[in-house]
Design a protein around this ligand. Structure first.
Ligand code: ATP
Ligand code: MG
Length: 419
C-alpha cells in the first residue's frame, strides 16, 4: 500500500485519558480510534494486525480439528435463566436491553449457554461425539475498570472454543492437547518467551483451570513462575494445597514473582451447562448421559495490546513479523521512480509492502516508520542508488546494511524476517 493513500496519519500526542502504553502507541500510529473508555474502532493498520492474529489462531485450531462458527451477540434470557446466569446479582457485567414489545435481551459476555443449546440439535448418540467448535465474535462486558487500553475492552473480539466429549477422560486428553496448541499459538504470535501456563482457580465443577499469563509491567495480575520448568501459579490462587492438586512438589520449584497479563484461559466445564440445558447423548446401551464440556478463550485485542506492551521501545512499536501490519516499510527519499518499481515487484512477488511515497522530510518518515514498527525497513535514496543499492534495517536493531538492489527479493526478505 502507498502511504500517501493511507487515510490515517501519525500523531505526536494522545488524550491524557489514555494511560496505557498500548493504546497510546496504537493511537499515535493510527491503528485504533477510541470511541469511549474501553471501546475502540480498528483502522486499516490495526485491522491488518487483528486479522493476522485471528488467522494464526484459526490455523492452529483447524489443525487440531476444530470447526469455525459465529453465534449471535443478542441473547434471549430463557437459556441463561436455566444456568442461573441471567441475574445481574450473579453476573455483574451484562449489558442488557429490551425489544419494543418489552422482551428482555442481553448482549452475550460469553457463549456456553447458546452453544450447548445449539448442539442439542446435533447430538443424539455417543457416535456424534466428540467435536469442537469455535468463533471469533464480539463480546460485550460492562467492565468496571477500563484503563488497560485495548487489553480490557467493554466490547472486544474473543476467540471462544467449546469442546464436547462423552466422558471426563476423553475430555482430559483434548484439554491437555489444547495446552500445547495454545502455547504454539502464543509462540507464533511472538509471545512464547514471556508466556507461562498458569494454574488458577476454576469454576464450580473443577477446582482449577489454566491461564496463559504473559509477564509484563502492564499486567493486572501477578504470577509466581518457575523460569526453567515454564510453569506458574496465579498469586490470587497461591496456597500450599494447590501443589498437591497439581501433583507438584513445592520445594522443587523456586518461584519468582512478576506482574502479568492473562491472554487466554482453558476450563473444564464438566456437565454443568449440558445438565442445565439438557444436552445429552445415548450410550451404546441407549442410556442417556449429559455431555462433558470444556471452554477455551483468547482475547484477540488483548493479545494485540500485549504484543505492543512486550515489543516496543521509546520510538514506537516493534511488531513480530508474523503479525506485523506489513512486512516491509519501503521508504523513498525523493527517488519515487525507482522505488515504485521495487514496490511493484515485491508486491507482485507476494511481499506485504507499505511504501512511503510521500513528499515529506526524511526525519519525519523515519520517525513514522519507527512508531508504526514494521519489522524490515528498506530505504532508497540518491546515495544508495549511486551504488545501485538500498539500505536495509531491522526495527529494533541499530545496525543497517547496504545491499545491492538486485538482491532485494522475496526470498531474501522472508529469510530476514524468519518467515
Ligand atoms: P479477566 O480476569 O482479565 O477479566 P476473564 O478471566 O474474565 O478475564 P474470560 O471470560 O476467561 O476472561 O475470557 C477469555 C479471555 O478473553 C481472557 O483470557 C482474555 O484474554 C480475554 N478477555 C477477557 N476480558 C476481556 C476484556 N474486557 N477485553 C479484552 N479481552 C478480554
Ligand atoms: Mg480467565
Amino acid at each position: 500500500m502507498k502511504q500517501s493513500q493511507l487515510f490515517t496519519k501519525t500523531r505526536k500526542d494522545v488524550s491524557a485519558e489514555e494511560v496505557s502504553k498500548n493504546a497510546q502507541l496504537l493511537t499515535r500510529a493510527g491503528f485504533i480510534h477510541r470511541e469511549l473508555a474501553g471501546v475502540y474502532s480498528y483502522l486499516p493498520l490495526g485491522l491488518r494486525v487483528i486479522e493476522k492474529i485471528k488467522q494464526i489462531i484459526r490455523e492452529e485450531l483447524n489443525t487440531a480439528g476444530c470447526q469455525e462458527i459465529v453465534m449471535s451477540a443478542l441473547q434471549g434470557k430463557e437459556i441463561w435463566e436455566k444456568t442461573e446466569r441471567w441475574s445481574d446479582e450473579i453476573v455483574d457485567n451484562w449489558f442488557k436491553t429490551t425489544l419494543k414489545n418489552k422482551t428482555e435481551l442481553g448482549l452475550a459476555f460469553t457463549h456456553e449457554e447458546p452453544i450447548a443449546n445449539i448442539m442439542k440439535n446435533f447430538v443424539q448418540s455417543y457416535k456424534d461425539l466428540p467435536f469442537f467448535a469455535y468463533q471469533f465474535q464480539t463480546k460485550f462486558r460492562n467492565e468496571l475498570r477500563a484503563k488497560s487500553g485495548i487489553m480490557r475492552g467493554r466490547e472486544f473480539i474473543m476467540k471462544d472454543l467449546y469442546s464436547f466429549h462423552t466422558t471426563k477422560e476423553a475430555h482430559e486428553e483434548f484439554y491437555d492437547k489444547m495446552k500445547e496448541v495454545y502455547m504454539n499459538i502464543f509462540r507464533r504470535l511472538g509471545l512464547g518467551e514471556n508466556t507461562y501456563l498458569t494454574m488458577s482457580s476454576g469454576v464450580p465443577f473443577s477446582k482449577y483451570s489454566y491461564e496463559f499469563q504473559t509477564i509484563s509491567d502492564a499486567g493486572e495480575d501477578v504470577i509466581l513462575y518457575d523460569e526453567e520448568k515454564r510453569i506458574a501459579i496465579n498469586k490470587d490462587d497461591f496456597s500450599d494445597d494447590i501443589f498437591e492438586d497439581f501433583g507438584l512438589k513445592k520445594d522443587e520449584l523456586n518461584f519468582k514473582e512478576a506482574p502479568s497479563i492473562e491472554i487466554g484461559d482453558i476450563y473444564s466445564l464438566g456437565t454443568k451447562y449440558s445438565e442445565a440445558l439438557d444436552l445429552t447423548y445415548a450410550d451404546a446401551e441407549g442410556k442417556g448421559h449429559p455431555v462433558f464440556m470444556g471452554s477455551y478463550g483468547i482475547g484477540v485485542p488483548r493479545v494485540m495490546g500485549t504484543i505492543v506492551e512486550v515489543h516496543h521501545d521509546e520510538n514506537g512499536m516493534i511488531w513480530p513479523a508474523a503479525v506485523a501490519p506489513f512486512q516491509v516499510h519501503l521508504i523513498s527519499l525523493n527517488q519515487n521512480e525507482k522505488a515504485e518499481q521495487l514496490y511493484k515487484e515485491l508486491t507482485k512477488a507476494g511481499v506485504e509492502v507499505l511504501y512511503d511515497d510521500r513528499d515529506t522530510r526524511a526525519g519525519g518518515k523515519f520517525a513514522d516508520s519507527d512508531l508504526i514498527g514494521i519489522p524490515l525497513r528498506v530505504v532508497m535514496s540518491k546515495k544508495t542508488l549511486e551504488q545501485d543499492a538500498v539500505e536495509i534495517k531491522q526495527r529494533g536493531i541499530d545496525a543497517c546494511d547496504m545491499i545491492p538492489l538486485l538482491s532485494v527479493t522475496r526470498d531474501m526478505i522472508m529469510d530476514r524476517l524468519g518467515l
